[in-house]
Design a binder for this molecule. Structure first.
Ligand SMILES: [Fe+2]
Length: 211
């Protein structure tokens, strides 16, 4: 199923809502731009990296704490932006106790694969209560899903070579138990709603190639 502008994807576990601004389909699968709304206390699921993609976060309103390479960067003014290079471990959190945070997230390279893994498979699992408290699926699910998407997202811990061995050993058991790398139901699950895209302040739009 193709991802379209204005579609809304929820991750209830992470308390985040994604509205699609530029889907991968508009850039030959190369880039995606997402409007990300984060409730107070919300966060992205687990420390992770994107081996071949760079990711940029630009604040529209609220406060966002981005942990990258062992340091916290706080985005607190409209138009403040941080670039995560390929392979750098990172995680982000709402840094506001009371207000919603709204930021733009742009991923360059592997965007079509990111849509499939994150917006459909991982968000689908979170919607069905099949992740832990920080939005990461259980070990058997990871064993079948993560090796297939190792070019898109890797969780930071344990080190990837250790994860590979572990997942390789567990994947046959997981498959026997019915776990699938991509659940057809999640691939086809229609977004609950579509939303009007907010007009962006020029200092935010300036960081992104919006089309
Ligand atoms: Fe990321």
């Amino acid at each position: 199923m193709v991802v379209n502008p204005g579609e809304v994807y929820y991750n209830p576990r992470c308390r985040e809502k994604v509205v699609i601004r530029t889907p991968a389909a508009h850039t030959n699968g190369e880039r995606i731009i997402m409007d990300v709304y984060v409730d107070p206390g919300g966060f992205v699921a687990g420390y992770h990296s994107h081996p071949f993609s760079e990711e940029r976060f630009t604040l529209v309103r609220g406060r966002l704490r981005v942990h990258i390479a062992g340091e916290d960067v706080i985005l607190k003014e409209t138009g403040q932006s941080v670039l995560i290079p390929p392979g750098k471990v990172h995680r982000w959190y709402s840094d506001s106790a009371d207000d919603e945070t709204f930021m733009l997230c742009e991923l360059r390279n592997k965007a079509d694969r990111f849509e499939k893994l994150v917006l459909r498979q991982l968000f689908g699992l979170a919607q069905d209560g099949k992740t832990n408290d920080v939005g990461v699926p259980g070990l058997l699910q990871r064993a079948v899903t993560l090796p297939e998407f190792a070019d898109v997202v890797r969780y930071a811990s344990p080190p990837w070579p250790v994860q590979r061995v572990l997942y390789g050993a567990l994947a046959p058991i997981a498959r026997m138990l019915g776990y699938q790398s991509c659940n057809p139901e999640y691939m086809e699950r229609a977004p609950e709603e579509t939303a009007e895209l907010e007009e962006l302040p020029p200092e935010v739009a300036a960081h992104h190639l919006i089309n």
